[in-house]
Design a protein around this ligand. Structure first.
Ligand SMILES: NC(=O)c1ccc[n+]([C@@H]2O[C@H](COP(=O)([O-])OP(=O)(O)OC[C@H]3O[C@@H](n4cnc5c(N)ncnc54)[C@H](OP(=O)(O)O)[C@@H]3O)[C@@H](O)[C@H]2O)c1
Length: 255
């Protein structure tokens, strides 16, 4: 049974890479459709706070279930614990804190909500089952440069992501729903500073975990957020005449 599940986890990671490429292509063709792009006439929509809290929850609940109900034989090892904690800290913030801070967020189309919910269950299972049962690290992995650099990138990325989301949130006074030009932090350099933080965060996690599973999630995040960042950038340039032209899309000074 165990070799079969190990094989399955590798296949699920490769499938996630394929889904990333497909998502990248489809989002370039049809564009992302939640937030500012949601069509006001669409019938089935979930309020923003409920949508974010519920759709991201499987990434927290599934790993907690996996760790309590299954053998989780590798969870007593420090590298496995730390890596799983990195994943859980992000999703505790994303599903239990972030939704309740949203100001004037647009309702989420039902199908976007459903896709995000399924992805979070899928990825929650993939990362947590791999780390708790199968990932084998040397005792000194936590002092390996790949782990140390990856951990620092994860931490810096998460702080940039949270700080940038904070800047976006504070563009609106309570009750407002419109859009303004973001200023401060990494928004001085890129349009999508929050996405830049998120991509750096999961690249750091992928590096620290040194696994197909961690790398697949980093790749997925980059593919999805690069396309949405590009869409945001174009939208700002069209909406605001005084939008700073020197700002890059998502990577400071580069792209
Ligand atoms: N790992 C992944 O694959 C993944 C995928 C998607 C998102 N995420 C993360 O989830 C978080 C939210 O993503 P998102 O796509 O909703 O981000 P977003 O489009 O930048 O919007 C974030 C929030 O800020 C508001 N906002 C954005 N720009 C604004 C402006 N110029 N003026 C006023 N308010 C503004 C939005 O309101 P409206 O709702 O009214 O637009 C929304 O409530 C981010 O941290 C992102 O990194 C991760």
């Amino acid at each position: 049974m165990e070799p079969a599940e190990r094989f399955l986890l590798d296949r699920l990671a490769y499938l996630q890479c394929a889904m990333s490429l497909l998502g990248f292509v489809l989002l370039r063709l049809w564009r992302s459709c939640y937030g500012r792009y949601v069509s006001p006439g669409s019938a089935f929509r979930v309020p923003a706070r409920a949508a974010w809290a519920l759709q991201e929850l499987p990434s927290l609940a599934v790993p907690l279930w996996v760790c309590t109900v299954t053998a989780a034989e590798r969870l007593h090892r420090a590298p496995n614990r730390i890596l799983l904690a990195m994943f859980l800290v992000h999703y505790a913030q994303r599903s239990l804190i972030f939704p309740f801070l949203i100001r004037g967020g647009k309702p989420m189309p039902l199908y976007t909500f459903a896709l995000a919910f399924m992805f979070c269950g899928y990825n929650g299972y993939l990362q947590s089952r791999y780390l708790s049962q199968y990932a084998v690290y040397a005792d000194d992995w936590v002092t390996d440069p790949r782990f140390l650099v990856g951990f620092c990138l994860w931490l810096i990325g998460m702080l940039v992501n949270i700080h940038s989301d904070h800047i976006l949130r504070n563009l609106r006074r309570p009750g407002e729903t419109g859009y303004k030009i973001p200023r401060g932090g990494l928004f001085e350099y890129v349009t999508a500073a929050n996405y830049f933080g998120e991509v750096v965060e999961w690249c750091g996690y992928g590096l620290a975990s040194w696994s197909v599973q961690g790398g697949a999630f980093a790749f997925f995040t980059a593919c999805i957020l690069f396309t949405r960042a590009q869409q945001h950038h174009q939208w700002y340039l069209e909406k605001f005449e005084d939008y700073p032209k020197f700002r890059k899309i998502i990577i400071p000074f580069l792209f």
